[in-house]
Structure formats: structure tokens, C-alpha cells
Design a protein. Structure first.
Length: 119
């Protein structure tokens, strides 16, 4: 469940390099928008914000690179994505307080449920 929410957050951090494609399929909020949302949802402190922003940008770059490697076998890419999400969640939670971590899990679960309903 956590992985699905993290995946949604990560996908939101991705940017599309081709402007024509950007209009056709917007993947979600960029790192700045995600940071804004997380700040509101988790009451991030001024000290946490730059750390979280750096993690969001790093994850976005990693995911973008993974998606651009079209030669990688699908199962390998899926495994790498799962590993990256797990690592990302750990890094995010290391910056958050225990209470914020619990809220983060709840937010991720709610977003995943909302996406499932839309499909």
C-alpha cells in the first residue's frame, strides 16, 4: 500500500521532456508542487522542507532515467522501480517525525485508493 502511494508521489515528480507530450499526458505534480502538498499535509518544518525537496527531485531524476531506458527488460525495470520506491520511502521517513511518518502513510494510502477508484 505504501509503495503505491510513494509511486504516485514519485510519478508526480517526473517531468516530460517533450512539450507536445506534456500537453497530452501530464504525469502529476512536479517536485515543487509535491513539496507544497506535503508541507500542508504533514506540517513540514523549515528545516525539513529543503531535505524533502532534494529527495523529491532526486527520485524524479532516477525515475525519469528508468523510464527513458526503453531497452531494459520490463521485469528488470519493475524490480528497479520497486527498489527505488522502497529506498525513497525510507529516506523520506528518516526526515519526518514519527507522527508525520504516520500521516505520510495515511496520505499515500488515500491517494492510492483514489487512483483505484478513477480506473
Amino acid at each position: 500500500m505504501k509503495k503505491l502511494l510513494v509511486a504516485a508521489l514519485v510519478l508526480g515528480a517526473l517531468t516530460v521532456t517533450n512539450p507536445a507530450q506534456a500537453q497530452e499526458r501530464k504525469r502529476g505534480p512536479d517536485a515543487a508542487e509535491q513539496l507544497k502538498q506535503l508541507t500542508e499535509q504533514l506540517a513540514l518544518t523549515a528545516e525539513q522542507k529543503p531535505k524533502i525537496e532534494a529527495l523529491l527531485k532526486e527520485q524524479g531524476e532516477k525515475m525519469r532515467a528508468l523510464f527513458q531506458d526503453r531497452n531494459a527488460p520490463r521485469e528488470d525495470a519493475r524490480k528497479k522501480m520497486t527498489d527505488m520506491r522502497t529506498e525513497f520511502t525510507g529516506k523520506i521517513k528518516a526526515v519526518l517525525t514519527k507522527e508525520q511518518g504516520e500521516k505520510y502513510d495515511k496520505v499515500v494510502a488515500e491517494q492510492a485508493a483514489k487512483r483505484r477508484k478513477q480506473q
